[in-house]
Design a protein around this ligand. Structure first.
Ligand SMILES: Nc1ncnc2c1ncn2[C@@H]1O[C@H](COP(=O)(O)OP(=O)(O)O)[C@@H](O)[C@H]1O
Ligand SMILES: [Mg+2]
Length: 251
């Protein structure tokens, strides 16, 4: 069975950056093959992974809805073929981009074809890393509801850290099954760690969240983004510290 890891949190906290760093970590540790899932309609994980996106799963879904299936294929076969076609394949990882959410229409039948094809696909990977949009509701979509690790990413603010509590409430309400819930506080100034740690401990002590640690604000990121340097080529403090945190989960 594959290990599923989902990253959630408010917008701009670093979910996509940390998803990319996690994929890099898993590949370095030979924990392959990895499937990267970009579940943000405004997808951009591909940029950090250095690959281009042509089509998304939402297009397959819309084609199914319009019943654009050739006569000689069953809808199951067609869906499976299409899901494989939209997969961006690489040496150690593949990327699946979910695309935009459903518009109005009756998707019930489409769902069963998609779920079936996705479930089959997901089983082929050792690790699946899911980069989410802000909010949680869409996690209930499709096959992403059960996971080994849910990583909540927060910025280094009191209100940010407090949302971790709300996210765990949502996890329960949406019947999302996460075996482990972790919290990472990203973009943390060195001189604020002590104070924030006290706050984090206060918040997490009554919850099922385990605090994984802080990550620094790293000014090299802007430079890498400007030069379109993929995460695999980064040599910076954020990468080495992120790898240390992931080691706590996966070693
Ligand atoms: N630790 C960090 N140090 C410096 N910049 C960061 C850090 N983490 C994220 N960023 C930057 O913040 C912005 C938002 O990050 P991103 O990963 O896209 O967040 P999200 O996916 O949660 O919206 C990006 O420009 C990213 O480069
Ligand atoms: Mg993002």
């Amino acid at each position: 069975m594959s290990v599923r890891i989902s990253l959630v949190g408010k917008g701009g906290t670093g979910k996509t950056t940390l998803s990319a760093l996690l994929i890099d970590y898993l590949i370095q540790k030979n924990k392959i093959p990895v499937l990267a899932v970009d579940a943000d309609p405004n997808f951009n994980l591909n940029e950090l992974l250095g690959v281009k996106v042509e089509t998304t799963l939402s297009e397959v879904r819309e084609n199914l809805l319009k019943n654009e299936v050739p006569d000689f294929m069953s809808r199951y076969e067609y869906t499976e073929m299409k899901v494989h076609q939209i997969l961006i394949e690489n040496r150690h990882f593949d990327l699946l981009v979910m695309g935009y959410p459903e518009t109005s229409g009756c998707y019930c039948a489409v769902h069963s074809f998609l779920s079936n094809a996705l479930e089959k696909l997901l089983r082929a990977y050792s690790y699946i890393v899911i980069d989410n949009e802000a909010g949680m509701e869409h996690i209930s979509r499709l096959n992403l509801k059960e996971m080994e690790h849910l990583i909540i990413v927060s910025d280094a603010s009191i209100r940010g850290i407090n949302t971790a509590e709300r996210i765990t409430d949502l996890v329960k309400a949406l019947k999302i099954k996460a075996e482990n819930i972790w919290l990472i506080v990203n973009l943390c100034p060195e001189n604020k760690k002590e104070e924030l740690k006290i706050h984090v401990e206060g918040i997490t002590k009554n919850l099922e969240i385990k605090f994984l640690g802080f990550l620094p604000q790293d000014n090299s990121l802007l430079e890498y983004e400007l030069k379109r340097t993929s995460v695999f080529e980064w040599k910076n403090q954020l990468k080495s510290e992120a790898h240390k945190l992931f080691e706590k989960i996966f070693s």
